[in-house]
Design a protein around this ligand. Structure first.
Ligand SMILES: Nc1ncnc2c1ncn2[C@@H]1O[C@H](COP(=O)(O)OP(=O)(O)OP(=O)(O)O)[C@@H](O)[C@H]1O
Length: 262
């Protein structure tokens, strides 16, 4: 049995705090009266800096809601969320938008690339919009890491699904965000392309020191992470460090069996 604690061990990441994002007693309720749904039920969570975290759990368990709240894309009903030392719960819209733009990267299931722009233009678009100049050396490193060096002039339609998602990964990395959130980033890819994207995410953690959190249903995707958080009914009910696909699959079967017998 893995233990059901929700506080990660403090990593040895040096001078910055070892926790990139923190949630305390997060409650998220939708609707009211009889239709009220508690999507997150007093969740405490620490996301370790420089680690790859996967959020798993049955459909409707609150995975996307947790990710959206941690990323400041959705508001909480109560509780606090911190990005590094900044409490984001309670920030005014303009400040929150600015913080998301400057400190958070996103990768979605749909690649969300602009078809009229080439790969490089797509990668630098968020920074261009923000009026920020990309750091050339960093950009080169990101492009190398995600294996896109030969394809920067290609438009999205000239790239495979896997390559398009690598552009989206590079776009998320380009501004050196504190943390990257991915909502089923390999959900639209076949297993080979998915594996490529996951290896690049892994490399961006190992080689670039990035912090990544993804929501996934796929035990293979979860096996690229350092830590899996399991959600059920809006609560974190378990976690697993250094997961293998087999161990994750076994754990999922275990949850299913328990769900059927309880
Ligand atoms: N906008 C909304 N309005 C009302 N209820 C919602 C809303 N978004 C989510 N919910 C409910 O909150 C609960 C958690 O939803 P969430 O999408 O976070 O689950 P999930 O684990 O990501 O599911 P899936 O794996 O199917 O994507 C579900 O019961 C869902 O129906």
């Amino acid at each position: 049995m893995t233990t059901a604690t929700t506080i990660s061990p403090q990593g040895a990441t040096g001078e910055r705090s070892a926790v990139a994002a923190r949630g305390r007693q997060i409650v998220k309720a939708y609707g009211s009266g009889e239709t009220r749904v508690i999507a997150l039920d007093q969740v405490d969570v620490d996301i370790a800096r420089g680690q790859f975290t996967a959020i798993m759990g049955p459909s409707g368990s609150g995975k996307s809601t947790l990710m959206h709240c941690l990323a400041g894309l959705d508001t909480v009903t109560s509780g606090q969320i911190y990005l590094d030392d900044t409490e984001i719960t309670g920030l005014k819209d303009r400040k929150l938008t600015q913080l998301r733009r400057d400190r958070i990267g996103f990768i979605f299931q749909a690649f969300n690339l602009l078809p009229t722009l080439n790969a490089l233009e797509n990668i630098t678009l968020p920074m261009d919009i923000a009026g920020r100049k990309p750091d050339g050396a960093w950009l080169n490193r990101v492009v190398e890491t995600v294996g896109l060096a030969g394809r920067l002039k290609h438009r999205p339609t000239q790239l495979s699904g896997g390559q398009q998602q690598r552009v989206a990964v590079a776009r998320a990395l380009a501004a050196r965000p504190d943390i990257i959130f991915g909502d089923e980033p390999t959900g639209n890819l076949d297993s080979r392309a998915g594996a490529e994207v996951l290896s690049f995410l892994r490399r961006s953690v190992d080689e670039l020191g990035q912090t990544i959190v993804i929501v996934t249903h796929d035990p293979v995707a979860a096996s690229y992470s350092d830590r899996v958080l399991y959600l059920a009914d809006g609560r974190i009910v378990d976690q697993m460090f250094r997961p293998t696909a087999e161990a994750v699959l076994d754990r999922m079967k275990d949850f299913d069996a328990r769900g059927r017998t309880s």
